[in-house]
Write a protein that binds this ligand. Structure first.
Ligand code: NAD
Length: 270
């Protein structure tokens, strides 16, 4: 079967370059086109050489419409305004869109949902296969264990991170709450300091550590009487998101229009 033709938008970005490497390494697909925003210094340069590879013979263009017209799937880790335009083009051309852009407002999200009526769109706040697997395991564990087990979520990131807890830690918290059949907002305990009183039964606690160049470590602890279960994920680099996005594109081939998640890609929602 012919290789899937993949377009990479924002191909000069940090994720764009990681995506070019991931598509090149994967079987069953190839980089067919690449774009950047108009005026970007990398326009006209080769996507492969920008990503530290040999030349792929694919020059970066500013014409996103032409890119969508020539591809089976497009990988988009750019910025909210760009992602909305890419979703519109995906719907117009019936092309698969895999998007990991964060920071979309609820009104933006409505436009993505509308575009997904005409195209298969895979959207996830975290495309790492390992993180999505950890989330499924946390949900399943929380479903089996009752609130005799205290749930604590510990995360560590590099010293430059400005927010806490991380979005992934909150996602793990939501998975735990879902498994236990409670709302995270009602049960979360964050930022303990001083005389806090005893732990609330059923609480889901968060702790954030910051230091060095840690890309992202997350551990969910289920602490019971005389035993403890821990589910840990450690991220080493952004290639984990790129590999997950490529897997999502290959999975979406032949799927009906609709909005899909990484949990769908990994078969946890069947
Ligand atoms: P980046 O700034 O390095 O790259 C973004 C690129 O998109 C830039 O090169 C920019 O010029 C380009 N771009 C902007 N508008 C464009 C347009 N209209 N057409 C084409 N290209 C355009 O940022 P990054 O670190 O690569 O992250 C990009 C996005 O992906 C962010 O929203 C980030 O939070 C998100 N992200 C998501 C995941 C995930 O797993 N879901 C993982 C990593 C990053």
């Amino acid at each position: 079967m012919a290789d899937m033709k993949i377009g990479i938008v924002g191909a000069a970005g940090r994720m764009g370059c990681a995506l070019t490497r991931a598509v090149t390494e994967a079987k069953g697909c190839r980089v067919a086109a690449a774009s950047e925003r108009s005026g970007h210094a990398a326009l006209g340069r080769d996507a492969g050489s920008l990503a530290g590879l040999d030349s792929l013979g694919v020059a970066l263009v500013a014409d996103a419409a032409a890119l969508f017209a020539s591809c089976d799937a497009v990988l988009d880790f750019t910025a909210p305004a760009a992602t909305l335009e890419h979703a519109r083009l995906a719907a117009k051309h019936g092309v698969i869109l895999v998007t990991g852009t964060t920071g979309l407002e609820p009104a933006d999200q409505k436009k993505i949902v509308a575009a997904a009526k005409k195209a298969a769109i895979v959207q996830a706040p975290n495309f790492s296969v390992g993180v999505n697997l950890a989330m499924a395991l946390v949900e399943q564990t929380a479903r089996v264990l009752d609130d005799a087990f205290d749930i604590e979520i510990v995360e560590m990131h590099h010293r430059h991170k400005v927010d806490a807890p991380s979005g992934t830690a909150l996602g793990l918290g939501r998975a735990a709450a879902k498994g236990r059949g409670v709302a995270l907002e009602k049960m979360s305990e964050r930022g303990r300091d001083g005389i806090t009183g005893a732990r609330k039964k059923g609480a889901i606690g968060f702790a954030a550590l910051r230091g060095g160049d840690v890309v992202g470590d997350h551990t969910v602890i289920f602490a019971g009487a005389a035993e403890r279960i821990e589910i840990t994920h450690k991220a080493g680099g952004r290639e984990i998101f790129a590999r997950g996005a490529v897997r999502a594109a290959l999975w979406a081939k032949g799927k009906k229009p609709g909005l899909y998640s990484m949990q769908d890609v990994l078969g946890f929602t069947r």
